[in-house]
Ligand binder design. Structure first.
Ligand code: ADE
Length: 221
């Protein structure tokens, strides 16, 4: 999979693409992540990317020209173009699985007070990562990239995401490691028993209990 991210703050991605699982997935050629500064596409003599809003109002608006030129230069017939915005459809694990099947994702990160409405004509989908407003789409693009890349076959052990939170509408079961007794806080006896069927049963019951307690809305679905 190839992921192209269009931003005017490429430096925000340095830690993200050079750490942990994402770094390994890039090194193992499971994913190619390209960060593009769409300021480079500005035809303005000062490389300006924003301007005052018509009709007046607060703040600056990202203008269409640099983003249109960047998208037209970088996209191909396999590219799915995604605009990050609080107005988008709310992101979830189901969407992560859907996006993980794509060959090329392109994220457009808006900034400042907003972007020219005509930029919406370029995109296949508009996604929000939650009901709150970020200063730009960069963090949202990292959230989506992270959750998609870990689903690419071979990036992490597949068994570890088959039973994790949200896959079947239930949250994950609790896990413990050594010591069996830490400051009087004991690991549940069943986990020390070596009885696999009982452990499986305990874990499934815990998933239901925890989901009922923390996210009853998931059980209703
Ligand atoms: N840009 C600003 N806020 C956002 C959000 N909640 N989701 C995606 N992109 C955004």
């Amino acid at each position: 999979m190839k992921i192209d991210i269009l931003t005017i703050f490429p430096e925000m991605f340095t830690g993200f693409i050079n750490s942990s699982i994402i770094k390994r997935a890039i090194n193992d050629k499971k994913v190619e992540i390209n960060i593009h500064n769409f300021r480079d596409y500005s035809k303005d003599p000062h490389k300006c990317v924003d301007d005052y809003p018509y009709g007046g109002g607060q703040g600056m608006v990202l203008m269409p020209q640099p983003i249109f030129d960047a998208v037209e230069d970088l996209k191909n017939s396999d590219t799915k173009i995604i605009l990050l915005s609080p107005q988008g459809t709310k992101y979830n694990q189901k969407k992560a699985y859907e996006l993980a099947k794509e060959k090329n994702l392109m994220f457009i990160c808006g900034h400042y007070e907003g972007f020219d409405e005509r930029i919406r004509t370029l995109v296949d989908e508009e996604i929000s990562i939650g009901d709150y407003v970020l200063t730009g789409g960069e963090l949202a693009s990292m959230v989506i990239t992270d959750s998609v890349v870990r689903l690419i076959p071979g990036v992490i052990n597949e068994n570890s995401h088959l039973k994790e939170s949200f896959n079947d509408g239930l949250l994950d079961y609790p896990v413990y490691t050594r010591p069996a007794d830490f400051r009087g806080l004991k690991v549940p006896e069943v986990l020390l028993s070596g009885h696999h069927a009982n452990i499986e049963k305990y874990r499934q019951e815990e998933r239901i209990r925890i989901t009922r307690e923390k996210r009853p809305d998931l059980l209703k679905k």
